[in-house]
Design a protein around this ligand. Structure first.
Ligand SMILES: NC(=O)c1ccc[n+]([C@@H]2O[C@H](COP(=O)([O-])OP(=O)(O)OC[C@H]3O[C@@H](n4cnc5c(N)ncnc54)[C@H](O)[C@@H]3O)[C@@H](O)[C@H]2O)c1
Length: 386
């Protein structure tokens, strides 16, 4: 069974994702503040909620993104509001969501608050008829994520999870190598994402695994059918800072993901081993993030009559470093958000991807509690009906 997570046609180039020229006319916009200095009628009044570690990146990109206008920021912490007000004097700074939602010119809200707040905040935003981009993960459990999806469908508003890595030019370069057959049949993928990380009460699975999962699902276009996770808690019982996840995909590929907040050196490396080539994606090597190893091993003849006929031949070839245009993934994500609101088209980081990731993290957490037992994932369609 193969289910499309995001088709090749959705992927496109930065230019296809949504440019200022595609954003539409004032008539299509409804409440956009056409008369306000510095804003055009085509801009979507946008607010960011949460100005901790990640919120400043979102606010800066909203302010710079054609199609979006940064109208307000909400944070419960007055000190963070002050920092925001100094950087963005053009926008309002408010301390609670109700003040934000009272402004009719805010059409879209971006949530950059801790994961355990996503469900309640996104629900309130959707219920007032706004579009919402929820930072990863969409929610901390599948039932909450499904409830949000249901409200979004009913209110015909966009609910978009913020899986930034699917907009990374390097990630998309590797996807192209896989999907075009350069890699050959994917035998396995490993991923290591480690750092001295920021401690979150939800644990490392909820914090870091969505990144690896979004990339793997985007690359393979196959659903995960089985998950096993083990991990350890050093600093606080019940909050794993390190986890090792093994995933089996419907197409037969396997992946192993290592995530940790305890490693002193930043590691963000993914290796794809295929029947034709191996690809290494190193997100810390900003100038040369992708390397293709044209090496491998073949068995001759392909289907021997008996074991004695097996012969292995080794191929040795070049190591190629393709050119990858540097572009800020978050900027591309926000352009896609604006484009999806304007046109009704699915964003690349779409709801199906967000739901799939919440489901996998939930099963991984269950496996970890059970000491690493491999657990099957029901097909998404059955889970939605449950
Ligand atoms: N896409 C990415 O690459 C990426 C990277 C980092 C973090 N994130 C995600 O961004 C989100 C925020 O992470 P962070 O590390 O910035 O967290 P953080 O704890 O540093 O910041 C959260 C901010 O939200 C504020 N806040 C909390 N509850 C609030 C509420 N109810 N109303 C208003 N403000 C509230 C806090 O005062 C704080 O300033 C998380 O979902 C995280 O997973 C995504």
């Amino acid at each position: 069974m193969t289910r499309e997570i995001g088709t090749a046609a959705e992927i496109g180039t930065a230019a296809e994702i949504g440019t200022a020229a595609e954003i539409g006319t004032a008539a299509e916009i409804g409440t956009a503040a056409a008369g306000e200095p510095g804003r055009t009628a085509a801009e979507i009044g946008t607010a960011v909620v949460g100005y901790g570690y990640w919120g400043p990146n979102l606010a800066r990109n909203v302010a710079e993104c054609p199609g979006l206008a940064l109208r307000a920021l909400c944070d419960a912490d007055p000190a963070r509001l002050e920092v925001f007000a100094q950087r963005h004097p053009e926008a309002r700074a408010v301390s609670n969501l109700d003040q934000l939602l009272a402004d009719p010119e805010i059409e879209a809200v971006i949530l950059a608050t801790p994961p355990q707040t996503h469900h309640a905040l996104a629900r309130r935003v959707l219920e007032t008829g706004r579009h919402v981009l929820v930072e990863k993960p969409l929610a901390t459990c599948l039932s909450d994520a499904h409830e949000l999806a249901h409200i979004a469908r009913q209110s015909e508003r966009l609910l978009m999870p913020g899986h930034t890595f699917v907009y990374s030019p390097a990630v998309n370069a590797v996807r192209e190598l896989i999907q075009s057959g350069v890699v050959g049949d994917v035998h396995f993928i490993t991923s290591a994402r480690m750092n001295l990380g920021k401690y979150h009460a939800n644990g490392v699975l909820c914090d870091l695994a969505p990144h690896d999962l979004s990339i793997l699902l985007h690359w393979l276009g196959e659903p995960v059918v089985e998950v096993a996770a083990s991990g350890s808690s050093v600093l606080r019982v019940g909050v794993p800072e390190t986890a090792f996840i093994t995933l089996a995909f419907a197409g037969g590929q396997t992946a192993n993901v290592q995530i940790s907040w305890l490693a002193p050196r930043k590691v963000r490396q993914m290796i794809v081993v295929g029947s034709q080539r191996m690809v290494v994606y190193d997100d810390t090597a900003s100038d040369e993030p992708v390397r293709i190893y044209d090496r491998g091993m073949d068995v001759l003849p392909p289907e021997p009559a008996n074991f004695g006929e097996h012969q292995l031949i080794y191929r040795t070839g070049d190591v190629l470093i393709p050119r990858v245009e540097p572009q800020e993934p978050l900027r591309l994500e926000l352009e896609d958000f604006a484009h999806a609101i304007r046109t009704g088209e699915e964003p690349r980081s779409n709801l199906a991807l967000g739901l799939e990731i919440v489901a996998i993290v939930e099963v991984a957490e269950a496996s970890l509690r059970e000491g690493g037992t491999p657990l099957a994932l029901a097909p998404l369609v059955d889970r939605a009906a449950a």
